[in-house]
Write a protein that binds this ligand. Sequence first.
Ligand code: ADP
Ligand code: MG
Length: 325
Amino acid sequence: MALGEFALIQRYFNLQVQTETQGVIAGIGDDCALLQMPADKLLAVSMDTLVADVHFPADADAELIGERALRVNLSDLAAMGAEPLWFTLGLTLPAVDESWLESFSRGLFSAAKPSGINLVGGDTTRGPLSITVQVHGAVDKKSALQRGNACQGDTVFVTGSLGDGAAALAVIQRRLNVSEVDSRYFESKFYRPVPRLQEAQALQYLSKCAIDVSDGLLADLGHICLASGVGAELTLEHLPLSASLTNAVDKQQALDWALAGGDDYELCFTVSPAQLCAVQQLIAEKIIDATAIGRIVAGSGVDCSLNGSKYMIAQTGYNHFDRHD
Ligand code: ADP
Ligand code: MG
């Protein structure tokens, strides 16, 4: 290797001035990081791996890969209602390419900055390009947004818009032609998904149950239903679709991507009747960007209707570079 492993870590990943105020007693450089949890909080831990040519094209801009790697993990912390604290990075590289590392590191740290999450350690190996990020967050036991907390009578909400992730992938893989402006919009949605941390924060004690939509709304709301022992009814005319999506494809394709496309990283959450007014108020005041799309019912599974008729999805699942695990 042109650059030794330690020099590489030092140059590209040991960039932050870590302070004890972030609970980092010892960060990168020792055998383990030493971390201080805030008092009375639970540690929320999640990990996602991105493999070249499975989760992103190997020749994609390294800065965008760095951004996406951290952002998709932050989305999991948001979906649990946890506040981001620290992350670790497992990096497998085919070779030491300093310009790639420089861009990757820039993307990674720019994604870290808004939430103040600190890189505290990791591992670096040689092999086919693969990036694993593990995030750590703090959550109050009473405000964790667990999948098993949905109840019959709750309203189902989703943040932002759905279906853009699948459309973005089609654009990136050159299966879909769109205008220059829409192409930039989709690229940004794919590589720079906004982790819904602010929404999750605003929903503390108003929602008890959330999931981030990474595998498509039907699959992910299905996880909530299974864990909670309930069913859900979706009113598809209420699904939030972006103008770029409805410009790019017909209504049926837009709905199918919104339901089964994946890679949207929006939050799907449920709200009890007692808290509904408070949540609608937050939406009206534009503190959170969310839409009511259905309700939780007795039974199991997710049923969809469009303008009063039962809707059967044309396509289930989605080929995401042969789909991730
Ligand atoms: P060890 O041999 O004890 O496993 P390493 O040589 O793997 O130690 O790592 C040395 C230090 O650098 C550790 O503090 C480790 O957490 C950190 N580190 C290694 N790779 C990375 C990386 N990709 N990003 C951030 N920190 C890393
Ligand atoms: Mg190691």
